[in-house]
Design a protein around this ligand. Structure first.
Ligand SMILES: [Fe+2]
Ligand SMILES: [Fe+2]
Length: 167
């Protein structure tokens, strides 16, 4: 593959960092929910956290493949105190929308640099962000429409892929 530009390496590393921060933020949310015995919501956030770590690994492996050095960044301490489940769902959606903006900015850079390999690599994330935003947007809708957290738990349970007994 063609050599990545310095700017591209820097930006891909920055995204690696953002995926790791997202993983930690979802972990902090999962702990808050687990502590309140909202097991289905907690499992949803644990799973999201795992996914974000996998996203970080994709960037890490891509950089290695390009013979560049991935840098494990310092990540900011996640928010770990929340006022409500609605706040958590809204923060999750905002976080995903922010990641989408960053992925799109990376695609813009790849197109500007005529870096077709990186553009192709990033398309997986463009698609993934569609699903991520939809999942959080639906969760937020459901949380806003029901006072009963056990019904929210039921909704989250039903969203699980069939055959997945959860963690
Ligand atoms: Fe991600
Ligand atoms: Fe995500």
């Amino acid at each position: 593959m063609p050599k990545l530009t310095k700017k591209m390496v820097k930006e891909l590393n920055a995204q690696l960092g953002r995926e790791l921060s997202a993983a930690n933020q979802y972990l902090a949310m999962a702990i808050y929910l687990d502590d309140r015995s909202l097991k289905e919501l907690a499992n949803f956030f644990y799973a999201q956290s795992d996914e974000e770590r996998q996203h970080a690994m994709k960037f890490l492996h891509y950089l290695l493949q390009a013979n560049e050095k991935p840098i494990v960044p310092e990540v900011p301490k996640p928010v770990d105190d929340f006022e409500s489940i609605e706040q958590i769902a809204a923060m999750g959606l905002e976080q995903e929308q922010e990641v989408t903006r960053c992925i799109h900015a990376l695609v813009d850079l790849a197109l500007k640099e005529r870096d077709h390999t990186t553009n192709h690599f990033l398309q997986w994330f463009v698609e993934e962000q569609l699903e991520e935003e939809a999942a959080f947007s639906e969760l937020l809708d459901v949380v806003r429409q029901t006072e009963n957290l056990l019904l929210v738990e039921q909704y989250v349970f039903r969203q699980k892929p069939s055959g997945d007994a959860g963690a």
